[in-house]
Ligand binder design. Structure first.
Ligand SMILES: [Zn+2]
Length: 452
């Protein structure tokens, strides 16, 4: 058998463990995994390299249509590709219109198909006035729905209070899909924000104080309760707290269908970094303290966190810098899709002993399963799409602005030394990024939910 492309002599990370050998690719799919040499029209030398499945990032905001000047599918997907994310799952927030109707979904698909370098799937939104639109969004192929329990910072994407939240959960269950939730208490965060602002506080710590762990934990607990009563599968996004992981673990143990993600920035930055770096590190929930971060790492390494995402939430740089002296004025969101994989290789695998199979589970397999994209996406196995990363594990490098592909090149990780360099990124067998350069100009396909 002669394959179109062969990735030869690498350490291949499969769902069953690691094997040293070669991969054969045919028609964009993985056709062979062999400890013996394979014949191919083109052979990629992967000696001294690790071959990982492309990452599946369940949580990115590309803001197109409507706020393309914030990011857009072109630069956003190039950032994903350069960073080893071969499947991006886009979440509504500040695109206009947000993906809360079937019409808005088709506008989103059109924009994405025109320029996405990586394959993509889409979340629908649950807001105050779109319950009637959920069935059409489900049958059009969203993987699930996203809602916020506190104000979003974007007037078009309203948060939901418990009445709509509970009814939404009941409807989404009937549709056979699931809800992902930004869990922070509206009441606690609003009260604290008003109190701190009335005291004249504009400093960076005020942002952290306005959104304490209690606000996140109360919302998670309420969400778990309502989802259990509704019988609806739940996914808690960007969870920051060991106590939260414990509550979710208890619910899982009791048989509740619930999953949880945390983001690379909660594992690599602390509240002191927000003070030091300023608005570029402002996000919600806020960065937590060092002890909390240590606890969260233990949750990741011991399997109490299901997957890792970027919550890539870009904006024009002016929307960050206008908060330099008044933290309330800055957009809250971190641009992170390009640094997710490198950060987790450096801080997870190298520094904390995360195994390569664990890495592939947290960044690829489990997010693909949560999103209904497995087994086509998320694992190096026969028949799966050949979405592959060839990694030089020992190369050290420094994040520089010029490497960033996002429209606005701000990142709290500029200047950080990383260990583990992505030599090559294949999407369905084709090279989309090589040695830090993106060399594809589109071609990503829409992955409709199987449930839809
Ligand atoms: Zn988000």
């Amino acid at each position: 058998m002669n394959y179109q492309r062969v990735v030869a002599d690498g350490l291949i990370v499969t769902p069953d463990g690691t094997v040293r050998g070669s991969l054969g690719i045919h028609d964009g799919r993985i056709a062979a995994i062999s400890p013996d040499p394979l014949q191919g029209d083109e052979v990629i030398d992967a000696r001294d390299r690790v071959v990982l499945p492309g990452a599946v990032d369940l949580h990115v905001h590309f803001n197109e249509p409507g706020r393309t000047h914030w990011e857009g599918w072109g630069p956003g997907s190039r950032a994903a590709a350069a960073g080893g994310v071969t499947t991006a799952v886009e979440m509504p927030l500040n695109a206009m219109p947000p993906t809360t109707t079937a019409e808005a979904l088709s506008a989103k698909v059109q924009a994405a198909e025109a320029s996405s370098v990586v394959d993509f799937a889409l979340w629908g939104g649950l807001i105050t006035d779109n319950l009637a639109h959920l069935p059409a969004l489900a049958s059009a192929g969203v993987i699930g729905f996203k809602a916020f329990m506190c104000p979003t910072g974007t007037p078009e994407f309203t948060h939901v209070e418990d009445g709509i939240l509970y009814e939404g959960l009941c409807r989404i269950r009937e549709l056979g899909l699931f809800l992902s939730l930004h869990a922070e208490s509206h009441w606690i965060t609003r009260h604290n924000t008003e109190r701190l602002q009335s005291q004249g506080r504009t400093d960076r710590r005020a942002w952290t104080e306005a959104r304490p762990p209690a606000a996140e934990l109360e919302a998670i607990q309420r969400a778990l309760f309502l989802a259990a009563r509704a019988g609806c599968r739940l996914h808690i996004v960007h969870m920051t707290l060991p106590e939260g992981a414990e509550m979710i673990q208890e619910s899982k143990a009791a048989g509740q269908p619930v999953t949880v993600e945390t983001c690379a920035h909660y594992l690599t930055l602390t509240d002191d970094d927000l003070v030091r770096l300023g608005p570029v590190a402002k996000c919600a929930p806020p960065l937590r303290d060092r002890a909390t971060q240590e606890g969260l790492w233990q949750d990741v390494l011991q399997g109490r966190i299901d997957c890792l995402t970027s919550d890539h939430s870009p904006c024009p740089t002016e929307d960050k810098t206008r908060g330099d002296e008044d933290i309330w004025q800055a957009w809250g969101g971190i641009s992170g899709v390009q640094t997710l994989v490198p950060l987790m290789l450096s801080e997870g695998v190298h520094r904390r002993g995360m195994t390569l199979p664990q890495f592939a589970t947290l960044l690829s397999a489990t997010p693909a399963k949560i999103g209904g994209l497995w087994p086509r996406k998320g694992g190096i196995q026969i028949g799966a799409d050949a979405d592959l990363l060839v990694i030089d594990m020992n190369r050290e490098w420094v994040v520089q602005r010029v490497w960033l592909q996002s429209r606005h090149k701000h990142s709290p990780f500029v200047g950080r030394t990383m260990k583990g360099w992505i030599d090559l990124v294949l999407r369905r067998g084709q090279t989309v990024a090589q040695d830090g350069e993106v060399n594809a100009g589109g071609g990503g396909v829409w992955l409709r939910s199987k449930g839809g």
